[in-house]
Design a protein around this ligand. Structure first.
Ligand code: SF4
Length: 363
């Protein structure tokens, strides 16, 4: 059983972060933010996948101006990601950003930071203090060295120092992230930081890589932290369509029994007994169930001999045979259809089951 580390709670738009709020899923667009149409289209796909907070890069004024029409066209919380330019941070808040991510140490000095903080107070906008291994101040690197799993202090000190800069101005509406591309450094840094502050933590592995490498690195680091009750919101960072980040995030939450969203696919790896194109079938079913909301367990198994039995815990499943496929519910066979008909008939059964659950008042 996971016991969450107690943290304060903040709100980004309507999304509560920290305290007893559900651990929220974030992603970041990779469109040009100034291209409102493309950015809104991507955010809507993220919304459908279950993303709750989306961050957009604000490299220039055009991007800052785009925030207003973007926010009006979406229904999830919108965060502006700012580097170096305090004016952009203020413009982003004026244009409706519901949160900003900055590194207070590189926003242009204390006077500029004061202006940013005063705008954040005025607009009720929380700030994420986002520190990366690559952005640590030189004096901290000289003292502690580049962060490693054994010595992550530079990262932690940088985050705490930047947090204090905001606190000095009476600003506490904060969450903190300390990102490293290294799994062990990430784990040890957040473990240590979580003992030194009760601000909510945004956790993640930065520059994690492509779908497989990035998923493994993020799942190991964030899986361990979440299991230890550390982390209030997170992003899986992948060199992919950001929708994949959200899918991986929910699989991670589901695997730890923290949150569920939509059906879970159980599929066998295939073996010498498989007589149908199971990879193709599993892919079609996986893509179909992305559109469903119920937390059903859906099995796709290679053979009739072992399939239904092995997937007994599934709510509904399909198993391949010689030129036929069978459909089963809770391990019991309910239908036998030709291989060509298998997918459409199975999809119909899936929809039927979801409808039955809806009528029963289940999700
Ligand atoms: S379900 Fe059948 S085909 Fe799939 S791995 Fe098990 S025995 Fe092999």
């Amino acid at each position: 059983m996971i016991s969450r580390r107690p943290t304060r709670q903040i709100k980004v738009g309507n999304v509560a972060i920290g305290g007893d709020a559900p651990i929220s899923v974030q992603s970041m667009t990779n469109t040009e933010t100034g291209d409102v149409e493309a950015t809104v289209a991507q955010i809507r796909r993220l919304e459908q996948a279950g993303c709750e907070i989306v961050r957009v890069a604000i490299p220039d004024n055009e991007a800052a101006r785009a925030l207003r029409p973007i926010r009006e066209a979406i229904s999830i919380a919108l965060i502006a990601d700012i580097h170096f330019d305090w004016r952009l941070a203020i413009a982003a808040m004026e244009q409706g950003a519901q949160g900003i991510r900055i590194n207070p140490g590189n926003i242009g000095g204390s006077e500029k930071l004061e202006k940013v903080v005063s705008a954040a107070k005025q607009h009720g906008v929380p700030i994420r203090v986002g520190v990366n291994s690559g952005s640590i101040e030189k004096d901290l690197l000289d003292t502690y060295g580049y962060p490693t799993p054994e010595r992550p202090e530079a990262l932690i000190e940088s985050a705490l120092r930047n947090t204090r800069l905001l606190e000095k101005q009476g600003f506490y509406d904060l969450k903190i992230s300390i990102k490293s591309a290294d799994v062990l450094t990430t784990i040890n840094s957040y473990r240590s930081l979580s003992q030194q502050t009760d601000y909510p933590l945004h956790i993640g592995v930065t520059e994690a890589g492509g779908l497989i490498g990035g998923t493994v690195k993020s799942s190991v680091a964030l899986g361990i932290l979440l299991y230890e009750g550390i982390g209030d919101t997170f992003r899986i960072s992948l060199t992919r369509d950001p929708v994949e980040e959200v899918r991986v995030a929910y699989e991670l939450l589901r695997s730890l029994k923290i949150r569920e969203r939509g059906p879970e696919l159980i599929s066998c790896p295939t073996c010498g007994r498989t007589k149908i194109d199971l990879f193709g079938l599993a892919e079609e079913v996986e893509s179909f169930i992305q559109t469903m909301q119920s937390p059903l367990k859906v099995a796709v198994m290679g053979c009739v001999v072992n399939g239904p039995g092995e997937a007994r815990e599934a709510d509904i499943g399909v198993a391949g045979g010689h030129g036929v496929g069978i459909i089963f519910k809770k391990g019991e066979i309910i239908k036998k259809v030709s291989e060509e008909q298998l997918l459409p008939v199975f999809m119909k059964e899936l929809k039927k089951m979801e409808e039955e659950r809806r009528l029963d008042g289940k999700k």
